[in-house]
Ligand binder design. Structure first.
Ligand code: ZN
Length: 347
C-alpha cells in the first residue's frame, strides 16, 4: 500500500526524513479495526515526529498522521464490532490502556500509557490502510464531507476541550484566541463562533487579520504592544473570560494582561517559545487560572461530533493534496502560511 512515513528524525531538516512509498497492508490485532483510509489531516504533531520531538516511535519506518476518516475494512480477532463493515467513520486519535484509574475515571487523557496514533508502537493513518482501536471509531457527523471530518480528531478536539471543558465557557462569554490562521486557532475560532461566544483573535499579520474579520470574528487585534489595551478597551476595562494560548513567549504577557479577574488561560502549545516570564504577582492578585490541555477524551470527541452536526460548522480547510503529494502538504505546514487545515486524500 502507498504510505507517507518517517524514516528517522532530523531536528533541523524534518522533511528530509519524510518518504512516500510502499509498505505492507497491516493486519488488525485483537481490539483493533483496519480502516480503508479516505482522508487524513496534517498536524504539527507530524512535524514533531519528523523532528524527533516528543514520544519517539518504537521503530522506523513510522507511518505519519494522527487524524483519519475511512471505511471499516476488517476487525481483529475476538474484537467487538461497534460499526458494520463498509461504514464511514472518523477515529478518536488518543490511545489509552483502558483499565487504569484514569481510564476508568472521567479523564482518560491522564492515562500513563497515553499515546497518539504515530507514537510508541502505533503507526499513523497516512496510508491506504491504517489500524485504530475498535472502540475509537465513530460515524462521520451528518452534513460534512470526509475531508472536513478528517480535520476533527486533533485540532478540533483540542480546541473543544480548551473552550468548554477547561475554560468552561458558555454562550455569550468572551475569548481571545492568540495567533490567527493555524489549525488549532481556526478550530477554536470556528467552534467559538458556532456556539455563541464573543471572539477576539490576535495576529501580527495584517493579511491574517483581514481574513479573520472576513470569517466573522468579532474583534481582530494586532498582536504586539497595544494588543492588551485594545482588548481591555473593547471589554470596558473588564478583560476577557479566557485566552486560548498556543503561541507562548511572544503572546504570554498579553494573555495575562487581558484576562478578567479569575479568568483562565488555557495552554495547548508553545510554538514560538516555552519559557516566558511568569508574572506571578498578576496571577495570584487577579486570581488567574493557568490550565494545561492536551487532546481530549472519547466522550469530548463524541460531544464535538454532535456540536459539529447540530451547529452546521464546516472546518476551515486551506488545501487538499493527494497522498502521492504529501511532501508538498508537509512543506506548506512547515511554512506556517496555511490558513486552516491541510488535508490529504487517499484513493
Ligand atoms: Zn489507562
Amino acid at each position: 500500500m502507498l504510505a507517507a512515513y518517517a524514516t528517522g528524525a532530523d531536528a533541523d531538516d524534518p522533511l528530509s526524513k519524510l518518504e512516500i512509498g510502499d509498505l505492507e497492508v497491516p493486519a488488525p490485532p485483537r481490539g483493533f479495526v483496519r480502516l480503508a483510509v479516505s482522508a487524513v489531516s496534517l498536524n504539527h504533531h507530524d512535524l514533531w515526529t519528523l523532528r524527533g520531538v516528543g514520544a519517539p516511535p518504537s521503530r522506523y519506518p513510522r507511518v505519519l498522521g494522527c487524524d483519519v476518516v475511512g471505511t471499516v475494512d476488517a476487525f481483529g480477532p475476538d474484537t467487538a464490532e461497534p460499526e458494520a463493515l463498509g461504514t464511514e467513520v472518523v477515529a478518536h486519535a488518543v490511545i489509552t490502556c483502558g483499565h487504569c484509574d484514569a481510564c476508568l475515571g472521567p479523564d482518560e487523557t491522564l492515562c500513563r500509557h497515553f499515546a497518539m496514533l504515530t507514537e510508541g508502537p502505533y503507526d499513523g493513518s497516512l496510508a491506504q490502510y491504517c489500524l485504530v482501536p475498535a472502540r475509537n471509531i465513530m460515524p462521520v457527523p451528518k452534513g460534512i464531507t470526509a475531508v472536513e471530518a478528517a480535520c476533527l480528531p486533533t485540532a478540533y478536539l483540542t480546541a473543544y476541550r480548551m473552550l468548554f471543558s477547561k475554560a468552561r465557557l458558555r454562550p455569550g462569554a468572551t475569548v481571545l484566541i492568540q495567533g490567527a490562521g493555524g489549525g488549532l486557532s481556526t478550530a477554536a475560532e470556528s467552534l467559538a463562533l458556532a456556539t455563541g461566544l464573543r471572539v477576539f483573535v490576535s495576529s501580527r499579520s495584517e493579511q491574517k487579520r483581514q481574513a479573520a474579520a472576513a470569517r466573522g470574528v468579532h474583534h481582530v487585534i494586532a498582536a504586539g504592544r497595544e494588543a492588551a489595551s485594545e482588548v481591555l478597551s473593547l471589554t470596558g476595562g473588564e478583560g476577557v473570560d479566557a485566552v486560548i494560548e498556543s503561541v507562548g513567549e511572544p503572546t504570554w504577557a498579553t494573555s495575562l494582561r487581558v484576562l478578567r479577574r479569575g479568568g483562565a488561560i488555557v495552554v495547548a502549545g508553545a510554538t514560538a517559545g516555552a519559557d516566558p516570564p511568569a508574572d506571578l504577582r498578576r496571577v495570584f492578585w487577579r486570581q488567574l487560572q493557568v490550565l494545561g490541555s492536551t487532546m481530549g477524551t472519547r466522550s469530548e470527541f463524541r460531544a464535538l461530533l454532535a456540536t459539529v452536526e447540530a451547529s452546521g460548522l464546516h472546518p476551515l480547510i486551506d488545501s487538499v493534496f493527494p497522498l502521492a503529494q504529501a511532501g508538498a502538504a508537509f512543506a506548506k505546514l512547515e511554512s506556517g502560511l496555511a490558513t486552516g487545515k491541510l488535508v490529504i486524500t487517499v484513493a
